[in-house]
Design a protein around this ligand. Structure first.
Ligand code: HEC
Ligand code: HEC
Ligand code: HEC
Ligand code: HEC
Ligand code: HEC
Length: 244
């Protein structure tokens, strides 16, 4: 029985090596970590990167953790890699925004303009990138989870703007609805003049998504209203069901 379990774990390990071999064959971090057992903390964390947008785009472990992806041995590869609880780590919670910001400069810049960033810098408290996106998996939060994130500090017990979680949830729902509407219209409207209107809607949508990183919910809503009023300019007769 014991032996069988070990064999299964071994086989899963082998499958995961094959899964990443093509994308990142030369990267020693990926190669070695992908055969670690998922039972261990480090193994489980490592496997969570698989299938992420970052994996698809070849953003390997060293891009966020540092270290030397050309070194073969663990000791040499790990020079410069630290546990996330170590202030020298590139993924120490206060350093996360600037580590992510090397590639996501626009989001990082918006974030540095926020009250929360100043709070993170001065007291170490406040949401950072991984609070909303996960560490390696690039999740995008759903509205309920978003409300829970805000509720950690914005609640009636602490008395700090307790209406924020519900408002944040509503704004994220609105964003998702507007995006659905926009995607549906993209299939329906294909003429040159339609395309111009749709591209104005898309620009407002990008601004709304970016604006999340300032936490300014009113300003996000303004951009979302921009999406909606652009879409409203599309000729009505083509719609199967009319909008309110
Ligand atoms: C030859 C195998 C091997 C290579 C190569 C390797 N690692 Fe590791 N790594 C491990 C093992 C095993 C552990 C768990 C060590 C432990 O628990 O003490 C680990 C742990 C880690 C941790 C957790 C550190 C902590 O203290 O919490 C990170 C982060 C990490 N590795 C990143 C990397 C990066 C980035 C690279 C490439 C630059 C890399 N590793 C290359 C085997 C490897
Ligand atoms: C996009 C950036 C990014 C990439 C790529 C990435 N990580 Fe991470 N990783 C993080 C962040 C940020 C944390 C810590 C944040 C948290 O969850 O608290 C973390 C945490 C970890 C941990 C938990 C130990 C610790 O120090 O907290 C391990 C182990 C780990 N990563 C290994 C890997 C391995 C192996 C790869 C590649 C297969 C990888 N990571 C790729 C950002 C990344
Ligand atoms: C070395 C560059 C690099 C670093 C560092 C990096 N990313 Fe990315 N990230 C990318 C690329 C490339 C993409 C895919 C193309 C795009 O959407 O821009 C991406 C995509 C994303 C997405 C979009 C996912 C989606 O579904 O559209 C999120 C969210 C994200 N990254 C968050 C983070 C976070 C959080 C960190 C830090 C922990 C981080 N990234 C660090 C390069 C990076
Ligand atoms: C309060 C939660 C929150 C925090 C904190 C946060 N984000 Fe985001 N992020 C969002 C939301 C919401 C979206 C848009 C989601 C959607 O499109 O459905 C987003 C979108 C993104 C995207 C995708 C942009 C695109 O157009 O494809 C990237 C990349 C990103 N964030 C990076 C970051 C980085 C880097 C940080 C830290 C500096 C960060 N985020 C902090 C909530 C957050
Ligand atoms: C770790 C605690 C913490 C978390 C988590 C948190 N906040 Fe805050 N936030 C604060 C504090 C503290 C203030 C300052 C309140 C004051 O001015 O009295 C604040 C202020 C704000 C403000 C007013 C900012 C300004 O510029 O005046 C907004 C808007 C806000 N938060 C939105 C959010 C949203 C949306 C979330 C969830 C995505 C969130 N917060 C999560 C601690 C937090």
């Amino acid at each position: 029985m014991r032996f069988q379990c070990a064999a299964v774990v071994f086989m899963l390990g082998a499958v995961s090596v094959l899964g990443v071999r093509t994308a990142s064959a030369a990267n020693s971090c990926v190669r070695c970590h992908s055969v670690l057992s998922g039972q261990s903390f480090v193994g489980a964390k490592s496997h969570s990167w698989k299938g992420s947008v970052h994996q698809e785009h070849g953003i390997t472990c060293d891009k966020c953790h540092g270290g030397d992806p050309d070194a073969v041995t663990e000791r040499l590869a790990h020079i410069g890699v630290f546990s996330s609880s170590n202030p020298n780590s590139k993924v120490y919670y206060k350093s996360i925004p600037s580590t992510c910001g090397r590639c996501h400069g626009a989001e990082f810049y918006k974030f540095t303009q926020s009250y929360h960033y100043k709070k993170l810098e001065s007291t170490g408290q406040g949401p950072n990138c991984v609070t909303c996106h996960g560490s390696m998996v690039t999740t995008i939060l759903n509205p309920n989870d978003m409300a829970n994130v805000c509720d950690r500090c914005h609640n009636s017990r602490m008395g700090v703007l307790p209406y924020i979680p519900e408002e944040a949830k509503a704004v994220l729902l609105l964003l998702q609805q507007d995006r659905k509407l926009m995607d549906a219209d993209k299939l329906l409207y294909t003429s040159k003049s339609d395309e111009k209107i749709l591209s104005a809607a898309r620009a407002n949508m990008s601004s709304a998504r970016l604006e999340w990183h300032t936490f300014d919910l009113h300003s996000i809503v303004n951009y979302l209203e921009g999406v909606y009023s652009s879409l409203d300019k599309l000729p009505v007769q083509k719609r199967p069901v009319s909008k309110k």
